[in-house]
Design a protein around this ligand. Structure first.
Ligand SMILES: Cc1ncc(COP(=O)(O)O)c(C=O)c1O
Length: 405
């Protein structure tokens, strides 16, 4: 037997199976025994709504020169035709990006998060994050061992007054923040929406205290009431915002199409970093993505998926109302894919997870979204489960939670 442990790098040693892997493996084992697990875990796409016919049509229509482009190595920053379409797509959200110099196509927004981490984050750097925040951004940043300034998330997202007060205190101590990570629209996991005033204030604070902003916007397009709120990148006048978005929530997560826009100098750095990870994105996906944008398929897909998710959100909320115990509190999301549930302090939702899985339902314990120990929250996803499963899953979870309070 080889003792692999001694060969791991310091970073390699930190790669331990997280809760999602554990739950997936447990669910897999139970499925082998013929048991059904209703997953309310990841932000997966509603399967019946996937744009299958559109994808097939685009492949069927592709001329020979398109196949040559699809099956060949491409530019690290992405297919030119896709970058042009993405620039137009972002322009609709008031974001002005030069497709030649200011956009890089990434393997989902997750790669954009990794690129930003590699290019900007050193050990001990101070990063501002929401409390709670997206678990896989947290783990990407943690690879470099930064310090976190966690700003509470209230019903309107990041508490900007608290941020301002903390920044003042830090300044007095001679400490500077390097980067602020924010998911302003339908934040993961709380689904909160940051009001315009707070967005502006964050931009002002970035100027005043000289830090960069990394805006992650996968959910802004899934808005149940009114248009997508203007991203910070659409309000930025000074080149402090790096912005990422993705096809994962609006078209398909399997295509792995994300993108990042930032000032030219920063995109050049990201491109160097990406060239060492993956050389370039997959050509087949990029071609499909560009054509879907050009043909208007994306514009048609967004309202379609909003309608499906809104209905599922309503059904989940209605079922929770009758099935969850007193003492449980949750939000009413106006967009995005998740419900955020607060249980009384003594309920440890991480410990409870295996019991839930054994009863046939899985969720993400809230502890994963905090950098410190907080155990009484649950994130529930409503985009993936079928309507019947939402009812059954919430009833099952409700009866388990009732036993805890
Ligand atoms: C806030 C946030 N950022 C980024 C991602 C990564 O998405 P992808 O890599 O599929 O684009 C997710 C996925 O759930 C997310 O919730």
């Amino acid at each position: 037997m080889v003792d692999y442990e001694k060969f791991y790098s310091k970073l390699g040693k930190t790669f331990q199976p997280g809760v999602i892997t554990t739950v997936v493996l447990a669910a897999f084992e139970l499925a082998k025994q013929g048991k059904k697990i209703i997953s309310m875990t990841g932000g997966l796409y509603d399967v019946p709504s996937m744009p299958v016919a559109e994808t097939k049509l685009i492949f069927n229509d592709a001329p020979p020169e398109a196949w040559a482009e699809m099956l060949q190595y491409g530019s690290t920053v992405g297919m030119p035709k896709l970058r042009e379409e993405l620039a137009k797509f972002m322009a609709e959200a008031d974001i002005d990006a030069d497709p030649g110099k200011e956009i890089i196509v990434t393997t989902g927004s997750q790669e954009a998060i990794d690129l930003v981490t590699r290019v900007f984050v050193d050990k001990g750097d101070l990063l501002v994050i929401g409390r709670p925040t997206y678990l896989s951004a947290l783990s990407a940043f943690k690879q470099m061992s930064p310090e976190f300034l966690e700003v509470p998330i209230d019903a309107d997202g990041m508490e900007v007054d608290a941020l301002e007060a903390d920044l003042k205190k830090l300044k007095e101590k001679g400490r500077a923040v390097k980067l602020l990570y924010v998911i302003p629209s339908f934040q993961n996991p709380t689904s909160t929406k940051l009001p315009t005033e707070r967005r502006k204030r964050i931009l002002e604070l970035a100027e005043e205290h000289d830090f960069l902003i990394f805006e992650d916007n996968p959910y802004g397009y899934i808005s149940f009431e009114g248009p997508m709120p203007t991203p910070l990148a659409g309000m930025d006048k000074s080149g402090r915002v790096m912005y990422t978005s993705t096809f994962s929530k609006i078209v398909s997560p399997g295509m792995r199409i994300g993108w990042l826009t930032a000032p030219q100098e920063l995109i050049a750095k990201m491109s160097e970093a990406k060239s060492r990870i993956s050389i370039c994105n997959d050509g087949l996906s990029q071609y499909i993505a560009a054509e879907m944008l050009r043909r208007g398929d994306v514009a048609k897909q967004i309202p379609k998926i909003i309608e499906v998710y809104k209905k599922k959100r309503d059904l989940m909320l209605e079922t929770m109302e009758v099935s969850f115990p007193e003492g449980a509190e949750w939000n009413d999301p106006k967009g995005g894919l998740f419900l955020w549930v607060k249980m009384p302090e003594h309920v440890d939702t991480t410990e409870l997870l295996m019991d839930a899985v054994k009863r046939g339902v899985a969720y993400i314990p809230g502890s994963n979204f905090f950098s410190g120990p907080v155990h009484n929250y649950i994130r529930l996803n409503y985009s993936l489960p079928a309507e019947d499963d939402i009812v059954e899953g919430i009833q099952t979870l409700g009866s388990l939670l009732k036993e805890q309070v």
